[in-house]
Design a protein around this ligand. Structure first.
Ligand code: HEC
Length: 481
């Protein structure tokens, strides 16, 4: 039966699910595997348990579980295709550049093992060879946080339509300053949170109050985070303290070395939520989990999400120097963490943006996150040291909007004053881009995914801004006698 099924399967090579069920019907038990042949139990399960089941198990982001043989078998051909093309596990970094923490990529040998196993008919092998299933906690991926802060209200997402991005504020529970070493976000309801941004606002602007999860001004109007920050005297959105961004498949982030985040007593947490309706009405109440610094974990430096904290940025768009317009002061949805560039013309295929980030004072670099939308094609960050030496920090040759990955450096990197980081980005608004919703339209800049966004994000600390120095300076000096 399974041999008879094979030619049919080959013809159906694109209809993965069908293929799987056809094979499964004839081969539910699986073969033991011939001498020397790769088997599921001995050779493949260890790879899947190490690299796949974090997402491919019940309740996680992937569409199917890949834990047991019976779960994996129907997907064998599809798994072979996805690992050979390096689409799974998701990882966009060109392996020639940089070394990253938690790089999930498979080795060539692991890919060859999976491919050979599938070619041999995906034998099951002996259950005695199976490694233990990894103990993965449900819910919080890194264990129970020290502090969990919930969105102030449950929000109703309609079945259809467009939900404007919205800021929900809640008072933090802290009566004294706390230092955070790791952060996680869990949506209350799967499948409706398109992305979420978590921020800290130090205080309510004069005359404003917190009502039902919104900050309202003296006139009763709800204020956005940007408006709150400006009312508090901030001049740029970069000054707003960002905790992290959540996208499906990426929530958790921790900080190496002495980096962390200071959340001040009496501050407010902002849940900046972008929901996408899913066909049925849903309710969501997303949670923020904080892991606080333990004794001995000295937090000295605040994490910033943009090179902007280290110096000014200049832009070159399609070969021409370009000065982005300032954010419109009154626009509650003005692009956060991104800039407004000229619109991308219709059908433009390799539309190029270069940003040059001046590093005026010494910084430490912890990681990089390219953030573009559906026309994003590639992004490359190159460091130029003061003596002119160049080094590619990260290249993502095939940017994928579905996988907004955080590339954390294997170890933090000191960058001296007088360096610069040049980011080269290509956008593809042509019909060749399979994700392009409308190649015949000019592309505008906003947070909605059908518009574009340019945000070459990073995680840095500025060496001179040391919490401990600030603390010492603030401590009362012994009085002279
Ligand atoms: C970070 C989470 C994550 C990891 C790790 C991951 N996957 Fe996936 N996988 C997904 C998601 C989400 C999808 C569905 C969307 C997509 O195809 O991108 C998917 C889709 C797939 C598909 C295609 C399913 C279909 O509908 O055709 C296969 C096959 C697959 N994964 C295999 C693997 C294998 C094998 C590994 C490990 C080597 C792996 N994945 C690791 C999240 C993950």
């Amino acid at each position: 039966m399974r041999h008879a099924a094979r030619p049919v399967l080959a013809a159906l090579s694109l209809t993965t699910a069908l293929l799987g069920f056809a094979t499964l019907a004839g081969d539910a038990a699986g073969r033991a595997g011939a001498e020397g042949e790769a088997t599921f139990a001995r050779d493949v399960a260890p790879i899947l348990y190490a690299r796949c089941v974090g997402c491919h198990r019940a309740g996680e982001v992937a569409p199917m579980s890949l834990v047991t043989y019976d779960e994996v078998r129907p997907w064998a051909k599809s798994i072979q295709r996805k690992v050979t093309s390096r689409e799974m596990p998701p990882w966009g970094a060109d392996p020639r550049f940089g070394r990253f923490k938690d790089d999930p990529s498979l080795t060539d040998a692991q890919i060859a093992t999976i491919a050979a196993w599938v070619d041999a008919g995906a034998p099951r092998g002996r259950d005695a060879d199976l490694p233990p299933v990894p103990a993965l906690s449900a819910g919080w991926s890194h264990g129970e946080p020290d502090v969990v802060i919930e969105m102030p209200i449950a929000f109703d997402i309609p079945a259809e339509g467009e939900v404007p991005v919205i800021d929900f504020f809640t008072k933090s529970p802290f009566t004294q300053d706390v230092y955070v070493k790791a952060i996680d976000v869990r949506p209350g309801t799967a499948g409706v949170v398109h992305h979420a941004g978590l921020y800290v606002i130090d205080r309510l602007p004069d005359g404003a109050s917190l009502v039902g999860g919104r900050i309202v001004d003296a006139g009763g109007r709800a204020m956005s985070r940007n408006q709150v920050a400006r009312a508090n005297g901030g001049t740029s959105t970069e000054e707003i303290q960002k905790l992290l961004s959540f996208v499906p498949g990426r929530g958790y982030e921790s900080y190496q070395g002495d980096a962390g985040q200071l959340i001040k007593a009496g501050s407010y947490i902002d849940f900046y939520m972008h929901y996408t309706p899913s066909g049925t009405p849903k309710t969501d109440r997303t949670k923020l989990g904080l892991y606080l610094a333990k004794p001995g974990q000295d937090v000295g430096h605040q994490i910033y999400h943009s090179f902007g904290a280290a110096g000014p940025t200049t832009y070159i768009v399609e070969g021409q120097p370009y000065a982005p317009e300032r954010q419109r002061r009154d626009d509650p949805n003005s692009v956060e963490g991104g800039v407004n560039l000229p619109n991308i013309p219709l059908y433009a295929e390799n539309w190029k943006v270069v940003s040059i980030h001046t590093i005026r004072e010494p910084i430490t670099l912890y990681g990089l996150t390219p953030h573009l939308h559906l026309r994003g094609k590639s992004m490359r960050y190159t460091l130029t040291l003061p003596d002119g030496r160049e080094e590619v920090l990260l290249a993502v040759p095939k940017y994928d909007f579905n996988w907004q990955l955080y590339y954390e450096l294997a170890s933090p990197r000191r960058i001296p004053a007088g360096s610069k980081v040049t980011v080269v980005t290509l956008f593809d608004n042509s019909a060749k881009n399979k994700y392009n919703p409308a190649p015949d339209k000019e592309v505008f800049w906003s947070e909605q995914s059908w518009d574009e966004m340019y945000a070459p994000q990073a995680r840095i600390t500025v060496d001179s801004r040391d919490f401990r120095a600030a603390k010492t300076a603030a401590e009362p000096q012994p009085r002279q006698r």
